[in-house]
Write a protein that binds this ligand. Structure first.
Ligand SMILES: Cc1ncc(COP(=O)(O)O)c(C=O)c1O
Length: 350
């Protein structure tokens, strides 16, 4: 299927003259900088943050490109993946005219962001074992369907989607296909970034918030064609990634070994937690997990959730979510946290 990104784009974004920031025009490090109305004396903090950061995060993208096996020009960095989700709506979806396809149960921000941007949502539920329904998805789409959001591994169900179904949709869906891989580091599934050169309609999202343990810094990645990344760069706020985040993540990337160690530990704790949960008679179902959480079904999940809170154990109540009736989503913690959870869980369920 031929794919023309510009025909998908909102007309005014195609015409948009982006803001050019001071540091776009001169990228050198040497010189006397009297261009950006900064404070020349430094900062009130120990480290200096008085200068605006690199708007395109070039040094950071060079390093991310190496570990992700993509080109720096295929990377967009956002203030969390949530910024990339919002920018996609703003770039491609005309309020009151276009629509997006969402696949519940899934990550809530796709819907919230659509509502913020006043964009029609068409929902096609997953199957009861949380897989895609490709034919129904295509049947729900029309010429105004701009984006299909696929979350794999999926939040909150924790499973990965069948690769052949995603590939089929990449071939057939008329708009952009976003594959949100926030939890990919906890799965044995290879990333869809390997498919970028084959599918110009693909955008893969990942984040530093989960496996890398950097949720507070807010750094999300989107990988796509150079043309698509240029569009996101054109409409983003000029300095969307702080200098502190850029520096910190640049240093963190050098310590990939530590990340791999943490992932291994989380996976091992996930296995232990699952084993312990399987032994509990009141646990009705533990959904297979490719993520750093387990979706667990228990009778009267709402009451269990409230009782756990009284024990100061906070899990995510998914009991009202489609196909997740009576389910709680439990993030894998440290050994001590998981043990405390298990103790409280048995207390409130017995
Ligand atoms: C599937 C999914 N995508 C994206 C995000 C948000 O990521 P970020 O912290 O990069 O905004 C989350 C957070 O829970 C998530 O579950």
């Amino acid at each position: 299927m031929s794919f023309d990104l510009n025909s998908l784009l909102r007309a005014h974004i195609l015409r948009l003259q982006p803001y050019t920031s001071a540091r776009d025009e001169y990228t050198g490090k040497e010189g006397i900088f009297l261009d950006a109305n900064e404070n020349p004396f430094g900062s009130i903090t120990l480290a200096d943050y008085n200068r605006y950061p690199d708007p395109y995060q070039s040094a950071l993208k060079e390093e991310i490109a190496k570990i992700k096996g993509v080109r720096p020009t295929q990377i967009f960095l956002g203030n969390g993946s949530d910024e990339a989700i919002d920018l996609l709506y703003r770039a491609f979806c005309n309020p009151g005219k276009d629509n997006v396809i969402l696949l519940p149960p899934t990550y809530g921000m796709y819907e919230v962001s659509a509502n913020i941007n006043d964009v029609e949502i068409r929902k096609v539920s997953l199957t009861t074992d949380f897989q895609l329904q490709p034919d129904k998805i295509l049947a729900a789409a029309d010429d105004h369907s701009k984006i299909l959001f696929i979350c794999s591994p999926n939040n909150p169900s924790a499973n990965k989607m069948k690769r052949e179904d995603i590939l089929f949709l990449l071939e057939k869906f008329p708009g952009l296909v976003v594959v949100d891989e926030a939890y990919i580091d906890f799965s044995d599934e290879p990333s869809f970034t390997t498919e970028l050169d084959r599918f110009p309609n693909l955008l893969v999202m990942q984040t530093f918030s989960k496996a890398w343990g950097l949720a507070s810094l807010r750094l999300g990645m989107a990988f796509g064609s150079e043309e698509l990344i240029r569009i996101l760069n054109k409409i983003k706020p000029p300095y969307n990634i702080s200098g502190l985040t850029q520096e910190t993540v640049l240093a963190a990337i050098q310590d990939k070994v530590k990340v791999d160690r943490m992932i291994k530990e989380i996976l091992s704790e996930r296995g232990l937690l699952q084993n312990q949960l399987e032994k509990l008679p009141f646990v009705q179902k533990i959904h297979p997990s490719h993520a750093n959480f387990l979706l667990v079904q228990v009778p009267e999940a709402n009451k269990v959730y409230d009782d756990l809170i009284k024990e100061k154990i906070i899990v995510r109540n998914r009991a009202k979510v489609l196909l997740c009736e009576d389910c709680l989503r439990i993030t894998v913690g440290t050994r001590a946290e998981n043990e405390a959870f298990l103790e409280a869980f048995q207390k409130v369920c017995s």
